[in-house]
Design a protein around this ligand. Structure first.
Ligand code: DHB
Ligand code: FE
Length: 292
């Protein structure tokens, strides 16, 4: 049986990718960001997953106003880093896991979530920057990745509650796959930020801190927060944070019993927590939770 053993949460600030690609990690400004991932890089080296289910958002790179899937699962054999205007990042191509992805699509759609199946997609900083933060600059990414794209760019966006419930369905899907695979689920994006308009540059540390607290101890409470609260308190791009709830919903304390209620297992262990302001226009937030 496949198992979700841990969840990783991180911002995806594109300037972090540029700092790595341009050899600026040693500069004091960036050192403060990258030191927050030293523990994580060692931890993932010592606890390598067989597959990463990577929840991210596309930034009008693979999708555009022509087509806006709310939830899209990548079932391809590989994904090329996208050209986001300065050429593709010099990072390895992302290898997929089509068999497990197809199984998850089948199971999650049968659990009443409408997923878009994506057989061809380029992946932007939303996916490649989290990989870079956790793995540095390898010749090849150490394991296959199932990209799972969520629309948090064009309204209407999915609610936090729907994201949490989707995470629960993903866990059930993974656990019904009959190969012994250790799966990590990553929730990416955030933290508070706004990139345009009169409030450009907004960062709300109090909101971010409370969000991280509730991700650990009260995800059901966080799931009840309406999207408009994210936009008001955390800026127009702060809504990216709802993606963290998908990963959190897949942790074992929230899995449902036969009666449909929470199975109420022990809460996950907090292996690592990091928060730093600023990186580019946002705060960087990072958590690693492990199933107890
Ligand atoms: C920035 C952050 C993002 O999440 C993004 O997609 C683009 C830019 C920034 O902080 O500059
Ligand atoms: Fe973003």
């Amino acid at each position: 049986m496949a198992r979700i053993t841990a969840s990783v949460y991180t911002s995806h600030v594109p300037a972090i990718g540029a700092a790595l690609d341009l050899g600026k990690t040693g500069e004091p400004y960036w050192q403060q960001v990258f030191q927050g991932y030293e523990f994580s890089k060692q931890w993932i080296r010592e606890n390598p997953p067989d597959v990463i289910f990577l929840v991210f958002n596309d930034h009008a790179t693979a999708f555009s106003l022509d087509m806006i899937p709310t939830f899209a699962i990548g079932t391809a054999a590989s994904y090329e880093p996208a050209d986001e205007g300065w050429g593709p990042r010099p990072v390895p191509r992302v290898i997929g896991q089509p068999e497990l992805a197809a199984h998850i699509a089948q199971s999650v759609i049968q659990q009443d979530f409408d997923l878009t199946i994506v057989n061809k997609m380029d992946v932007d900083h939303g996916l490649t920057v989290p990989l870079s933060l956790m793995y540095g600059q390898p010749q090849a990414w150490p394991c296959p990745v199932i990209p799972f794209a969520v629309n948090v760019v064009q309204y209407p966006v999915p609610s936090g509650q729907r994201c949490l419930n989707l995470g629960k369905a993903i866990r059930k899907a993974v656990e019904s796959y009959d190969q012994d695979l250790k799966v990590h689920i990553w929730g990416t994006g955030g933290m508070s930020h706004q990139l345009q308009g009169p409030r450009a540059g907004l960062i709300n540390k109090a909101f971010d801190t409370a969000f991280m607290d509730r991700m650990i101890a009260d995800p059901e409470g966080q799931a009840a927060v309406p999207h408009i609260d994210y936009v008001r308190e955390a800026g127009s791009e702060g809504i990216e944070l709802v993606m963290w709830l998908i990963a959190r919903g897949a942790m074992s304390d929230l899995s449902r019993g036969a009666d449909g209620r929470s199975a109420g297992g022990p809460p996950p262990k907090v292996l690592h927590r990091f928060y730093h302001v600023p990186a580019s226009n946002t705060a960087v937030g990072h958590l690693i939770l492990q199933n107890s």
